[in-house]
Design a protein around this ligand. Structure first.
Ligand code: ARG
Length: 457
């Protein structure tokens, strides 16, 4: 088995059945640039410890550079017999610098500490891309909120009309979870900031290589503290998968709003032609596919997290080959978010809102009833009684087929002597929204203040 990383103690090469099961180059090749960067760092550590002369290190480094170029331009690809990215690249290095020098690189490292390091390097890079994309989505939401700073819409609970709110307030409510997702990525980054390189297979190395040097070279803050943990732990991968799934869930909830707003019955929004799709049979159709794909792909993101945790739960220490199964789910989560987020941001940035229709529907469903009750409370009525009085007013309106904003003075006093004509100050959606001026409330000043805070994060 020419070019394999093992074999001497085996009488025969791997069976084709084993090879077919074991091979991972079709997915772990995306780690090739990281594998090469890790090898660069390891060569430095070997040289620093006296296992490579300055000339050897220089030739090794030049060989690795050639490999990196060949990976980048696609001329270096894994061969059918390569088991994984590590073996394929070692074989390529040996071909590039000769077996004598090429055969020295593997000293003091194992695929177990390599792979645990490479997956962190990969995720650190992609966390930055995903964070940038989340930030762009937040920017798109903030721009829409700013452009519609005074627009009023029906606020809902149980999908029923509840209380009027500012559209900006509602949009910003979709931005805050994304802000927390950015914080989660930052927190994750701090925990992921350790390099298992130097842990060897599980027990550490006898060669006196400097793991801090390798960590620095691969862009991680420190070496892992425990070589068994360093090679066996994948909580860093699972935590990343959780953050990815949470981003998916946050997008999915926003997507659901957009899908509903885009129905004929709601007609709150129009999607831009560039960010919606047509039907192959119904010529009139314009569909919110970006929102639906974001919602649908969230199922995969959750599945990836679930699959990872399930794979990990019964594993004894230290490395087990099961751990190879962390790659496809986490690569999939990364790739999924990297296509969903830009499309979603584009859809949000180009949404057109029918603010007149939203304003018109805002008072429907007696959405000002709480304002009546709280107006009474401000005049000293216990809330229990205020709730009763406001409920009676709603019933009286319902019987007459009118809205709360249509009551006349006679009806007010007939329902309760506590209800004077002054209550009309809160019987407009504008009055209602303006009066919710407590911290985090929907009054214009508070929403503006909140947006300033959002942008500063
Ligand atoms: N391809 C493996 C993985 O992704 C790394 C190789 C470790 N293999 C081994 N037999 N110890 O986890």
């Amino acid at each position: 088995n020419e070019g394999a990383l093992w074999g001497a103690r085996f009488a025969s090469g791997p069976s084709p059945e084993l090879a077919a099961l074991s091979v991972s180059t079709h997915f772990d090749w995306v780690l090739a640039p990281y594998d090469i960067a890790g090898s660069h760092a390891h060569a430095k550590a070997l040289a620093a410890a006296g296992y490579l002369t300055a000339d050897e290190e220089q030739r090794m480094s030049a060989g690795l550079d050639r490999l990196r170029e060949a990976v980048r331009d696609g001329t270096l690809r894994p061969r059918p017999n390569d088991e994984d990215v590590h073996g394929a690249l070692e074989a390529a290095l040996i071909a590039a610098v000769g077996p004598e020098l090429g055969g020295k690189l593997r000293a003091g490292r194992s695929r177990n500490d390599q792979i645990a390091t490479l997956v962190r390097m990969y995720l650190v890079d992609h966390a930055a891309v995903i964070a940038r994309d989340v930030l762009r989505l937040i920017d798109a939401i903030v721009a829409q909120a700013e452009a519609h700073a005074d627009a009023i819409m029906p606020g809902r609970t149980h999908l029923q009309h509840a209380q009027p709110v500012l559209l900006a307030h509602h949009l910003q409510a979709h931005a805050w979870p994304l802000v927390r997702d950015l914080e989660r990525l930052r927190d994750w980054r701090a925990r992921a900031d350790a390099s298992p390189y130097g842990s060897g297979a599980l027990a550490g190395s006898t060669l006196g290589l400097d793991p801090a040097l390798v960590a620095r070279e691969v862009g991680l803050g420190r070496p892992t503290e425990n070589s068994i943990d360093g090679t066996a732990a994948r909580d860093v991968v699972a935590e990343f998968a959780y953050v990815a799934a949470q981003i998916g869930v946050d997008l999915s909830r926003f997507a659901e709003d957009i899908i509903v707003w885009n129905t004929r019955e709601f007609s709150y929004v129009t999607l831009d032609d560039g960010f919606s799709t047509g039907s192959s049979i119904m010529p009139q159709k314009k569909n919110p596919d970006i929102a639906e794909l974001a919602r649908g792909k969230t199922g995969r993101l959750i599945g990836n997290l679930t699959g990872l945790l399930t794979m990990l739960k019964g594993l004894p220490l230290a490395y087990n080959r099961d751990l190879q199964e962390d790659k496809e789910p986490i690569f999939d989560s990364v790739q999924t978010l990297e296509v969903v987020l830009p499309a979603f941001a584009g859809m949000v940035a180009t949404l057109r809102f029918d603010t007149e229709r939203m304003r018109e529907l805002a008072p429907a469903g007696f959405s000002l009833a709480t304002d009546v009750a709280e107006w009474l409370v401000r005049r000293g009525i216990p809330f229990r009684d205020a709730h009763e009085i406001s409920g009676a007013l709603v019933r009286a309106c319902e019987e007459r087929g009118i809205g709360l904003e249509d009551v006349d003075d006679a009806l007010l006093t007939a329902v309760s002597p506590h209800l004077g004509p002054e209550v009309r100050s809160v019987l407009t959606v504008e009055g209602s929204v303006a009066s919710r001026s407590g911290v985090g409330g929907t009054a214009r000043g508070r929403v503006d203040e909140q947006r300033a805070e959002l942008v500063s994060r």
